[in-house]
Design a protein around this ligand. Structure first.
Ligand code: FPP
Ligand code: MG
Length: 297
């Protein structure tokens, strides 16, 4: 199945969406797409088929997000903890992801037409080389698009992300590029894999688990969090809209919190700006090198 699905809504669903759009719509929504294996068990199909249907549901959900005017989505596609699953399942998930990233590269025209920028966030050093090459190609191909942003968390955990940020900061201090007193929330945010994105406004987790599972822990400190019992492959437009209604109910509180925080802005000096620029440049070069090796092979 394609990543970009053309409009699939009937007239009634379109009408409801129009009504929902008259209220506050989150700019950035994050998803923990949980329950694929329980769904597979329930349907008596193989686990990897559960994940494949999970991907199909992701494509459908992205089309709802576009219809609603949500401009940024972040999805938890593969946690570093998932490497502990059986070899068969890990291989199956890697193969599925490779297939889908290949498909994404074939869908260049559609992605460009919709202005979709794809970013993969996570510890790419833990992934096989061929997968990194596909990821780098997808990221570079879409990097100038700015109408919609899809962040795919792959080989990701927050603890790993924060550990890497701390390592980058201590390296900067060690080589006197920044000083210990330069360390603040803004510097840390800029060292995370998500440095290009605003924080999510809404996090949705399916399957009835009331946990965050090491996902975007820094970034969701003020987000509205919505849990639902439905298994991810069964997530419907109505489940999605229930989450949006919940967000709309939370919105006055979120606004109050945001106002309080705006009253104490975080600033950083020239030295810090230079260090951040250098770090971001290094990350870009790393992605470009991954893509170059893709061209050579
Ligand atoms: C959680 O359900 C889901 C995953 C670990 C994988 C999610 C991946 C996809 C939906 C495919 C996305 C692929 C790309 C390339 C974006 P679970 O396996 O934990 O199921 P359970 O909670 O029922 O055990
Ligand atoms: Mg699970």
């Amino acid at each position: 199945m394609s990543w970009i699905r053309e409009r699939t809504l009937n007239w009634f669903q379109s009408l409801i969406l129009k009504i929902v759009k008259t209220g506050q719509v989150p700019r950035h929504v994050a998803f923990i797409m949980d329950g694929n294996r329980r769904y597979a068990n329930k349907q008596k199909v193989a686990k990897v088929e559960g994940h494949t249907r999970g991907f199909n549901k992701l494509a459908e959900t992205l089309s709802w997000c576009m219809d609603l005017g949500i401009t940024e989505v972040t999805v938890y596609a593969f946690s570093i903890e998932n490497f502990k699953r059986s070899k068969e399942e890990v291989d199956g998930l890697m193969e599925l992801a490779k297939q889908k990233f290949k498909r994404l590269l074939e869908e260049k025209d559609k992605l460009m037409e919709h202005g979709v920028c794809i970013r993969v966030i996570g510890n790419l050093s833990l992934l096989p080389e061929d997968m990194c090459k596909l990821i780098a190609e997808a990221m570079i191909m879409t990097q100038d698009n700015n109408k919609a942003f899809l962040n795919v968390a792959f080989a990701y955990t927050s603890k790993d992300e924060i550990t890497h940020a701390i390592k980058d900061i201590t390296k900067g201090v060690k080589y006197n590029e920044i000083l210990p007193e330069d360390v603040n929330e803004d510097l840390i945010s800029n060292c995370l894999y998500t440095y290009k994105s605003p924080n999510p406004d809404l996090l949705i987790r399916t399957s009835g688990e009331l946990r965050i599972s090491d996902f975007l822990m820094w970034q969701i400190s003020d987000a509205c969090v919505y849990f639902t019992n439905v298994l991810w492959p069964e997530f419907s437009l109505w489940d999605f809209l229930s989450a949006i209604f919940y967000y709309q109910k939370c919105y006055p509180d979120l606004q109050r919190i945001a106002k309080m925080q705006n009253s104490k802005p975080i600033t950083h000096n020239n030295r810090v700006s230079m260090y951040i620029n250098k770090l971001h440049h290094e990350r870009q070069v790393m992605i470009e090198n991954m893509q170059l090796s893709a061209v050579q092979s």
